[in-house]
Ligand binder design. Structure first.
Ligand code: MN
Length: 262
């Protein structure tokens, strides 16, 4: 099995090293990751400047781009053949609920999914210390399962692991994405040493809506959260409501007058 590993914390991150080490037990591992931290890069693709690939070993490459760039270059240029699996992480910190839309970690798995490759995003919650061994150990078991049963079409797995050592994990839950309560104080405004105003986004701790079976609820209860995420962003329940608009917003056709010849 050929496994492509990437992340958004950069190729030097301890999380990607822990993941690569674990994955070597189940397959041939290639690491293709950003040359620096790209956290919150989202699903961005570099289109307006050249990208450089640097070889850091036989199967390790850094890329001067985003996680999405890495998956593209890996699949189309670096790897000897199409990978069987893309694993992104282990991210330093959770990627829960709405945060998946900002996440470079999850976006790399989205890119893998778009290319038709089974993909998993792994995030380890924590503060100063991160129990990457907990994520790595679970990843190994999960990948054996994925290899055996495959994944539903167009679906990636977003995995979040609680801030606990492996023996303290209470179990695993299949979850939905949670919903943040957005705080209007989320932007911090300060002054720099030269008296100019600057802003800092995302300074505050976030609160979550009370919902059942969410990823956030699972990790808070010591359970590993696995959320199936699909890339079709269509809101199917809204289709019926909005179809009523079709008639109202259809332009009224006027009878066309013959254009006068000059
Ligand atoms: Mn990150």
């Amino acid at each position: 099995m050929l496994i492509l590993i990437t992340n958004d914390d950069g190729i030097q991150s301890p999380g990607i090293k822990a993941l690569a080490k674990a994955m070597k037990r189940v397959g041939e591992v290639y690491v293709v990751a950003p040359d620096r931290e790209r956290t919150a890069a989202g699903h961005s693709l570099t289109l307006h400047k050249p990208l450089r690939i640097e070889s850091l070993g036989r199967r390790a490459f850094s890329v001067s781009g985003t996680p999405t760039d890495c998956v593209n270059l890996a699949v189309n240029e670096i790897l000897p053949r199409r990978p069987d699996l893309v694993v992104s992480g282990i991210n330093r910190g959770g990627n829960l609920g709405d945060d998946v839309t900002y996440s470079g970690t999850v976006s790399a798995a989205m890119e893998g999914t778009l290319l038709g490759i089974a993909s998993i995003a792994l995030s380890q919650l924590g503060e100063a210390h991160f129990h990457f061994e907990t994520s790595a150990r679970f990843a190994l078991r999960l990948i054996r399962q994925v290899r055996r049963f495959g994944l539903p079409p167009d679906t990636l797995l977003n995995v979040n692991v609680p801030d606990l050592p492996p023996q303290a994990i209470k179990g695993m839950r299949v979850t939905c994405l949670g919903k943040r309560i957005f705080d209007s104080n989320n932007v911090i405004k300060k002054e720099d040493p030269r008296g100019k105003t600057y802003y800092w986004i995302g300074g505050n701790r976030v609160a979550w809506e009370e919902r059942k079976d969410t990823d956030q609820e699972a990790v808070e209860n010591g359970l590993i959260s696995v959320t199936p995420v699909h890339l079709d962003l269509t809101n199917y329940t809204a289709l019926a409501v909005l179809r009523d608009w079709e008639k109202r917003l259809t332009p009224v056709r006027r009878r066309t007058r013959p254009t006068r010849r000059l």
